[in-house]
Design a protein. Structure first.
Length: 216
């Protein structure tokens, strides 16, 4: 079984299961959402993603298992998600983008794919010069819904930026004064607790001393 992450595209949305495929919790305010039927919501979601990709660039990852979309993550500047204004701990910090969604399809859960998506997001944003990402958590432990469980966010590296009884705003620092490309991987390894084994050096051959010549 192969699994990998890739930048999200509009075509990937066609493989995302409901309710995520037509959910506009983040993309529109409540009044605008209520005016649309299901098909209009699907079209609006696709149009929204197309606009973000065109105006800001890569804004999400999908995780593919044997070529099939098994989950996705969406992360964008706050200006693209007016729905966040309804949450009690909004708005996010000016230096952060918003992680709105990490969703793994029901048939693929339990294999660490959510963490894989967050790692893919972190790599993407670090290389683009983004310093932090923030997300809204739900402390009620709901596995489904538009706001991610706070417990999951804590497990993958977020800490509480603004406390709230049900909807804390959480933050992940992506980098700190990284100046060289080689430091990106080192920062990510520190973030995720990954320790690479030291390279094994080939044993050195004993040095052969030259044979001293003697006269005859």
């Amino acid at each position: 079984m192969s699994r990998r992450t890739a930048p999200i595209t509009v075509d990937h949305l066609e493989q995302v299961a409901e309710p995520c495929r037509s959910c506009l919790f983040w993309e529109l305010d409540a009044v605008s959402r209520a005016r649309l039927d299901h098909d209009e919501r699907v079209a609006e979601k696709q149009q929204w993603l197309s606009t973000v990709l065109r105006e800001w660039g890569s804004c999400g990852r999908v995780v593919l298992v044997d070529g099939r979309v098994a989950g996705h993550a969406i992360y964008v500047p706050a200006a693209f998600v007016p729905g966040q204004a309804a949450l009690p701990t909004a708005p996010v910090s000016p230096d952060a983008v918003v992680l709105t969604t990490v969703h793994v399809e029901s048939w693929a859960r339990g294999g660490g794919l959510g963490r894989l998506l967050v790692q893919g997001m972190a790599r993407d944003l670090v290389t683009r010069g983004i310093v932090a990402v923030e997300a809204f958590g739900d402390t009620r432990g709901r596995a489904n819904g538009c706001v991610m469980p706070a417990e999951f966010l804590g497990r993958v590296g977020f800490w509480t930026q603004r406390a709230h009884v049900t909807t804390p705003r959480m933050r992940m620092e992506l980098r700190s004064a990284i100046s060289w490309k080689d430091e990106v991987e080192a920062a990510l390894e520190k973030l995720w607790g990954v320790v690479r084994p030291a390279p094994v050096r080939a044993p050195q051959q004993p040095r052969t001393l030259p044979t001293r010549r003697t006269g005859h």
